[in-house]
Write a protein that binds this ligand. Structure first.
Ligand SMILES: Cc1ncc(COP(=O)(O)O)c(C=O)c1O
Length: 468
């Protein structure tokens, strides 16, 4: 027998600010996660649940659609909607092309070379941390992190990124996505349920917003970065941006746009979330300073070790406006408490020994050589492509002449052993008229493999064109 609305125990409160749809979604998600609703159980029809909860049917239809997209529910024609066999936590994305037997060259973006991880220096830092970490620091920590590390991060940021912060406003976390989630938790509770993201832009924030039931608008990016005039046309008062090296176009947010963005944040009493994910790698000019340095009261700065060291380290930091410190601390008490003190002490020792600077000096040369190899290979094998975002980071955006089918190229490339990411993955709503493109990450591709990879990619472009 199927369930009735009564069995679902959805905590439903009309006086709450959270939308009714989100409350229904949360209630069902919780019932499935906790095992109260088992795989295969039929949920009530949208009509029946709407009638029981006294809401419009649209509210229930949208909630079910979201849970189907996340993999919690499945809809079967004629059989209604049932709890999925293996509920998935991640929202469903486009089906991935078939995996080839061997990937010869992996140009997936956002991956530093893990072989370059400074194991010896890290082991030294770890030993030093174990020798010196006071016993009391093995207990629950200040949610912001160890003072010694916060001090070292504040110094590093001021020196390397031109930020203006102090150790009191630094919060150590498990990388960008965790820091962003902490910020979302606080801003959501303060009524920011609509945010803006770059278009094209990194998909992570979009997915995190969706998972929290928050809405977002994509705002166009041009040669100067985010278009603040377009941002003004949205209802958002918070925006996620990548000012130093826009993901994926690589554009630097111009001085004029920076000013406009800060003026906007002040006018709407909002915040700019600055994702400084790969700013340490800048090859052709002096480092571009962080936006946070211009307006520490309006910019929430996020840094990570995922591109410089390894994403498995799970370590990052926020530098937040002073008025957000206490709310984030309070929120963190309720969530993960704090970052491992052992990891923090190790990283503090790593920084104090100058090992991060040494590692950056070494890897900057290696990644610049790989970048140069990509540019040479593109000129040789894919002269019809236009590369951008080449002065920094570990990725390059390659746009192709209009009319080429981007998906076909990506799938063809994978079939012959080369992985790249389609530009469509960075678009909130891909349209047919979009310029075709691919994002190539060269971080983990040795320079001597680059030429072969780009040659195969050129073959994929040719073959995809021929299939049209
Ligand atoms: C634009 C951008 N921001 C942040 C991150 C890193 O996130 P995290 O620190 O959670 O690993 C990535 C990783 O690919 C990214 O591409």
């Amino acid at each position: 027998m199927g369930t009735t609305a009564r069995d679902l125990f959805i905590a439903f409160d009309r006086s709450r600010r959270r939308s009714l749809r989100v409350q229904v979604e949360d209630g069902l998600r919780e019932a499935i996660r906790s095992g109260r609703l088992r795989a295969g159980t039929a949920v009530p029809s949208t009509r029946a649940l709407a009638a029981d909860l006294e809401v419009t049917r649209k509210v229930i239809v949208e909630a079910y659609d979201q849970l189907v997209a996340e993999g919690y529910l499945v809809s079967r024609r004629g059989a209604g909607t049932v709890v999925n066999q293996a509920p998935q936590r991640r929202p469903r994305t486009r089906p991935s092309p078939t995996e080839p037997a061997t990937v010869k060259v992996d140009f997936r973006p956002g991956r530093p070379d893990l072989q370059l991880f400074p194991r010896a220096a890290w082991a030294r830092a770890s030993r030093s941390a174990m020798r010196t970490l006071p016993t009391r620091d093995l207990a629950y920590d200040d949610p912001r992190g160890l003072p010694v590390l916060r001090g070292a991060i504040a110094d590093y940021l001021a020196r390397a990124r031109g930020t203006r912060t102090d150790p009191e406003s630094v919060i150590v976390c498990a990388g960008f996505s965790h820091g962003f989630d902490l910020v979302l938790g606080v801003l959501d509770a303060r009524g920011h349920d609509w945010m803006a993201v770059e278009d094209p832009g990194y998909a992570g924030p979009r997915r995190q917003l969706a998972a929290r039931g928050l809405r977002c608008d994509g705002v166009a990016v041009d040669g100067d970065g985010l278009r603040v005039d377009a941002l003004r046309r949205t209802a958002a008062r918070v925006v996620h941006v990548t000012p130093a090296h826009q993901s994926p176009t690589g554009v630097v947010l111009s001085a004029e746009r920076r000013q406009q963005l800060i003026t906007w944040a002040r006018e709407v009493d909002g915040y700019v979330i600055e994702d400084d994910y790969d700013a340490e790698y800048r090859y052709d000019r002096r480092p571009v300073g962080a936006l946070q340095g211009v307006a520490p009261d309006r910019v929430i700065y996020c840094g990570t070790t995922s591109k410089t060291l390894a994403s498995g380290v799970r370590l990052g930091w926020l530098a937040v406006p002073p008025q957000l410190v206490d709310p984030i601390v309070a929120w963190r008490h309720l969530t993960d408490g704090s970052t491992s003190t052992i990891l923090q002490a190790t990283f503090a020792a790593f920084l104090a020994a100058g090992d991060l600077d040494r590692h950056l000096r070494r890897t900057r040369r290696i990644y610049r050589d790989r970048r140069d190899a990509v540019m040479t290979a593109l000129r040789r094998w894919l002269p019809q492509a236009t590369p951008s975002g080449v002065s920094a980071g570990q990725n390059v955006l390659v746009t192709l002449p209009a009319g080429i089918n981007e998906q076909a190229v990506v799938q063809r490339a994978l079939a012959i052993g080369v992985r790249v990411e389609p530009l469509a993955d960075y678009r909130p709503r891909p349209a047919r008229s979009d310029i075709p493109g691919m994002v190539l990450g060269y971080g983990s591709v040795p320079a001597d493999k680059v030429d072969h990879g780009v040659r195969l990619l050129a073959r994929a472009v040719d073959e995809a064109g021929a299939e049209r």
